[in-house]
Design a protein around this ligand. Structure first.
Ligand code: NI
Length: 179
């Protein structure tokens, strides 16, 4: 298990279409462990494998509330793994959430998406499962599945906003390379 470096905007890897997982091998299980470790360390609530540089269709999510006020107990961890996840149904109803992304650190914007989705996926035992999700899980699943297709949440913003944030991160990457 290891905390892996995150792939950050404008890294071209974020635009790759990830490949389906054929079989859940020990390598895939090790990747999932690294993804949770990296996600918890960040901390974040969702991660796609490409965000640690692995172009395979694997998503980890944990929506447990850990960041609580003094005197409150953090919720126990609730790790969820989705292999080859696919949206099979979306509701007519939409909802708006302020989204962020570990590959676009400290940038948050509201995004409108279907409020409920059904997602078919493979679990760690290689079994096909389907869930119906709403609320934060529905948004998070759609955000992470987008990553598997090279889509980022900033793609839903106005061109002006998207260009502004992309430029900002391109400049920061340039500074880092120069340092
Ligand atoms: Ni993201």
């Amino acid at each position: 298990m290891a905390i892996r470096p995150l792939v950050i905007l404008p890294d071209a890897q974020l635009r790759l279409v990830s490949k389906p997982v054929e079989v859940v091998t020990p390598e895939i299980k090790a990747l999932v462990e690294d993804m949770f470790e990296t996600m918890y360390d960040a901390p974040g609530i969702g991660l796609a494998a490409i965000q640690i540089g692995e172009p395979v269709r694997v998503v980890t999510i944990d929506l447990a509330k850990r960041d609580v006020k003094e005197g409150e107990e953090p919720e126990p961890r609730r790790p969820q793994v989705f292999i080859n996840p696919e949206v099979t149904w979306t509701s007519e109803e939409h909802s708006v959430y302020e989204e962020g992304c570990l590959s676009i650190p400290e940038y948050y914007e509201e995004v409108e998406r279907p409020a409920q989705v059904k997602v078919r996926y493979m679990d760690l035992d290689g079994k096909t499962q389907e869930i119906e999700a709403d609320g934060l899980l529905a948004t998070c699943l759609q955000h992470e599945i987008d990553h598997l297709n090279g889509v980022l949440f900033i793609d839903y913003l106005s061109r002006l906003k998207r260009e502004r944030v992309t430029k900002k991160f391109a400049k920061a990457a340039k500074r880092e390379r120069a340092a």
